[in-house]
Ligand binder design. Structure first.
Ligand SMILES: Cc1cc2nc3c(=O)[nH]c(=O)nc-3n(C[C@H](O)[C@H](O)[C@H](O)COP(=O)(O)OP(=O)(O)OC[C@H]3O[C@@H](n4cnc5c(N)ncnc54)[C@H](O)[C@@H]3O)c2cc1C
Length: 382
């Protein structure tokens, strides 16, 4: 049986970055990175704020080799039918990016291995406490002094260790991939609010474009969003986003959960902590999930090294408080659909969550036009 200082469970951005940082500090780290089957992986747009974080992690060269598509800003119709844009031109961090998420995640896992982490390409079945640590039940089992739950929105390991994800919405995403073409009205990120939620579209580095509808699960079920017919009927309610699809066959519709949560009573317990989406998952409208996961990884590595878990829990709680304030503000900008179930659930003070005490409020959108790339509003950077 392999004995580890730390077993990191989940090979997304949060898990790989945590393993990388701990290995650099000399810890004996095992990273359980089961290969995912999602192709392409959703979550491909990165704001400029990711650039300093990639530098701090020492993976900027690996990132450059991915050939990501630069993103110069975001455009959208949010709070009004008119399109406005926000350019990244004046961002101190440079451009944002559209990445191949599968390759991006693999780049981080490779960096962790180079730093000295042992990568186990294996799913974790269970984790349970043993005297002095934890037993990791997987195809390649191990004992570890400490474990890190980096299993994403599933928060699989934290649940086993007694924590509970307090869900704060029922958001789902119904996405299709379509070929890009030269005459698109907007070539960068685009967001459009509609009565039942919001649509998002962004270019992918391989010549395609993602077009996705975000709404709450009951609305998606009633609208049959998982079927091409239901998805196209919903798309017809958009003014701008439908232009990205016009006349083009798309991939099958893929529906995934995008529900937000935070971990209760906190993001850490004796001998374990959660990082990234497992600890605190946000609405993808922010495009900040990956950047936030990488930042949390630094804090998690510090907490594991210094043993100060209370500080880590407070830091994640602080991130959540900032997020909820911003979320309320941005969803509050959209007031055109007062009778809508989706928007009503996001009014300040309303909670349709299972447990969250935070008020729910509104977010904002951003994008960039091919021609100008300037304007007043955008998808928040982080
Ligand atoms: C529809 C959608 C669109 C998004 N768009 C964006 C975007 O444009 N930009 C952005 O920054 N963020 C976006 N996000 C959020 C972003 O994807 C996440 O915040 C980010 O991936 C979190 O990283 P993570 O490592 O915590 O979790 P994940 O990336 O989810 O990684 C978790 C990993 O753990 C693995 N795992 C799970 N269970 C086990 C197990 N039992 N054993 C071993 N491994 C396991 C999974 O296979 C996965 O590889 C989006 C999210 C959604 C749902």
């Amino acid at each position: 049986m392999k004995h580890l200082d730390v077993a990191v469970l989940g090979g997304g951005p949060a898990g790989s970055a945590t393993a990388l940082l701990l290995a650099r500090r000399g810890a004996d780290v095992g990273l359980y990175a089961a290969p995912g089957h999602e192709r392409p992986r959703l979550g491909e747009s990165l704001p400029p704020a990711v650039n300093p974080v990639l530098h701090e992690l020492g993976v900027a060269a690996g990132f450059a080799a991915l050939g990501a598509l630069p993103s110069y800003g975001t455009s959208g119709a949010w709070g009004t039918g008119e399109v406005s844009s926000q350019s990244f031109l004046f961002s101190p961090h440079g451009t944002g990016w559209h990445v191949d998420r599968t390759r991006f995640d693999e780049m981080l896992t490779t960096a962790a291995a180079r730093a000295g982490a042992t990568v186990f390409p294996s799913r974790v079945r269970r984790v349970h406490r043993i005297v002095g640590g934890f037993a990791v039940d997987a195809a390649i089992p191990a004992h570890a002094d400490a474990v890190v739950d980096a299993t994403g929105r599933a928060a699989r390991i934290s649940r086993e260790l007694g924590a509970r994800p307090a869900r704060h919405d029922r958001l789902v995403c119904a996405a299709r991939i379509v070929p890009r073409r030269g005459d698109e009205p907007f070539c960068d990120t685009f967001v459009e609010a509609v009565a039942d939620g919001w649509w998002y579209s962004a270019p992918l580095p391989d010549g395609h474009r993602i077009v996705a509808c975000f709404t709450d699960a009951p609305i998606a079920a009633r609208a049959g969003l998982a079927t091409p017919a239901g998805w196209l009927a919903a798309l017809a309610a958009t003014t701008h986003v439908r232009q990205f699809v016009r006349g083009r066959a798309g991939s099958p519709v893929r529906v995934v959960t995008a529900a937000g949560h935070r971990l209760r009573p906190g993001a850490a317990g004796p001998g374990w902590l959660a990082v990234g989406d497992a600890a605190f998952a946000t609405d993808p409208l922010s495009s900040g999930g990956v950047t936030s996961a990488l930042r949390m990884a630094t804090a998690a590595a510090d907490a594991l090294t210094a043993g100060d878990r209370a500080h880590y829990v407070a830091l994640v709680d602080g991130m959540a408080a900032d997020y909820f304030a911003r979320y309320s503000e941005i969803y509050g900008w959209e007031r055109r659909f007062p009778g809508s179930e989706f928007w009503r659930a996001r009014l300040p003070g309303v909670t349709n969550s299972t447990t969250s005490p935070e008020p729910r409020r509104p977010p904002a959108a951003s994008r960039r036009s091919c021609s100008s790339g300037t304007g007043p509003r955008s998808r928040p950077e982080s």
